[in-house]
Design a protein around this ligand. Sequence first.
Ligand code: ZN
Ligand code: ZN
Ligand code: FE
Length: 751
Amino acid sequence: MRVTQAVRQRLEVRGRVQGVGFRPFVYTLAASEALSGFVGNDERGVFIEVEGPPPRVARFVERLSAEAPPLSRIHDLACADVALRGEPGFHILKSTRAQAAEVEIAPDANTCPACLRELLDKGDRRAGYPFINCTHCGPRYTIVLDRPYDRAVTTMASFPMCAACQAEYDDPHDRRFHAQPNACPRCGPRVWLSDPQGRELAGAPFAQVQARLLAGEIIAIKGLGGFHLACRAEDDEAVRRLRARKGRAARPFALMVPDVDAAHRLVKLTPQDQALLESVARPILLCPRREGAAISPAVAPSTDRLGLMLPYTPLHHLLFQGAALGPLVMTSANPNAEPLCVDNDEALSRLAGLADALLLHDRPIARGVDDSVILGGPDALPIRRARGYVPEPLWLSLKSPAPILALGGELKSTLCLLRGHEAILSEHLGTLSNPAALRNFLGRVADWPRFFEIEPAYLAVDLHPGYASTRHAAKLDRPIIKVQHHHAHLAACLAEHGLEGPAIGLIADGTGYGTDGQIWGGEILLGDLARFDRIGSLYPFTLQGGDAAAYDPWRPAAALLLAALGEIPEGSLPVPSALATRLMTREALQTTSLGRLFDGVASILGICSKNRFEAEAAMALEALAVAAPQAPALPWALIEAEGQRRIDWRPTVRALVASTAPLEIKAAGFHAALAAAFAEAAARTAAASGVGLVVLSGGCFINTPFRSGVRASLEAQGLRVLTHQRVPTGDGGLALGQAVVAAARLSAGLR
Ligand code: ZN
Ligand code: ZN
Ligand code: FE
């Protein structure tokens, strides 16, 4: 008799492994390798025992990671040999339902190919059903009210499953086994069309929406994390009406296109861009617009880019089925800076004057979550991190000695919870100077620690005494760790790359509070997660007018001209020179803001006299520069004074004023000068310190010719350059930076 060699291994899998079809996957995998054993859930993840011939057990372990279900994420896999049991077959153990604390909730995910097939299959029982989903796809974070993740604590609780859905839910071999949002037309949510007064309109809702869009109407659409306002992007009259109704003069609108071919017709996409566009997160991707793209010029009047996304819920897929709508404008339905509209009554009252009809449904939204935004291109850069990414944790190399809640900045605010190696960054929560956004933010501050069962021992905040987030922290009765704004930018970028420094931080930012009480922005830092030194900055200039300086590019322009030329030439600004001179010589803050330098130069070139939305002037300047890629750099200088390395833009401004070259050449020459100066400042700092790692962070690095210029020059000198890949390069990333700086300081005993 031949004795078969067998081994038995126990595996413990940690990460996002519940509610994502992991156990059925393990079952199928074990069956395909003809192994016996079992799989089950516990409060920390999934445990597995497999028994069989060693090569097949080894192959099982290998395939477990390689072929895991699309929404799962394995952070840790522990294997150990255990005693043989010789049981027949492989079983899925019933879950004890005591699961919780450390099991992750997945972000919302685009409709999977299997569900999409069923959606469009006339014979399927869910054909045309806008809420089809399975364990590989569908809503998650936007429907979860509490944890552990179970239907009873989602906004699906009020929809008891019919017998057919329940059978799928209970069958370990089904794609919908424990799919918490499982539903069908018989038992699940429904969609209907409403007039602005809340009266349901008769007829097939999708066919009506399509007909109304084709007739030029504006429709409010309740989606996953909020409401959009939609109209056809080719319909110039409709787009202009939408702008007028929303009171939004120029800020670009995002578009939804039915498929990737339609995207290719509007913008230039690299293969990497296309992969991002089609990823399960389905972000809005900003890409260079194709000449002659067939859309209304009012969609994005002051930029050469378009923001595009693909349909990401079955409801959105159905919008485009069977009608030639072309691209749709899909803009958040909330007025600028206000939190998203999430419920039907609120939408009816807030959107009544904006939309001609509303496509509503009765699945409540647990919390408003915006579309995420990524700048496409070879080094794609996150701009807004929300739907599809939150609440996926980032795993850090450092381990925090205590749980920390970081409250972020003031603009593009986010929160970050840090526990051990795990950092959970919240969705974009907007601008806290808006009272409704602040209320929403404070709600999240109260709710998040409870939701994740992480009780913060410390709070981390920005150094700025005036930020609403900083002021609120003082009321929370926890020890507070204050973090300088640009140090937080540097730390956020290091942390997301799993690094702790030291590094040179080239920070290209609008404004942030400095340790000297002045307004910093374009900075050269040297430091690690715990500490930093300011090595240098832009040459400072006068910041006159407070907040108005960000809206009126002529204000920084006046300061630049006065510093560079000693006078403000008559006719160079939209205000009289004498008035501007008088203003600039008053007592005022000094700033090294790169954002204001861009604004000022745009004003000096006469291309933008008013920022109608954030960074409009800088975007217009960038669009000009892109048109003249070969233009030579204008003069610039680095000056070493008072122990600081200053990037001197005064020669650049003088050259701009004297030049008679076309605008494109001047704009490009300015960008090239700035990139060369920042790169040289970093290179000198690298040579002096021996640190060869350069981190690029801050909102102004969204500017592509500037960012690529700096990167190319530093890499040519053999330096390693990091940009953001997972968290926003702007203030949306600050909370992560604050949290890791606080953790590193606590570890180092610094506080
Ligand atoms: Zn699916
Ligand atoms: Zn059902
Ligand atoms: Fe910033």
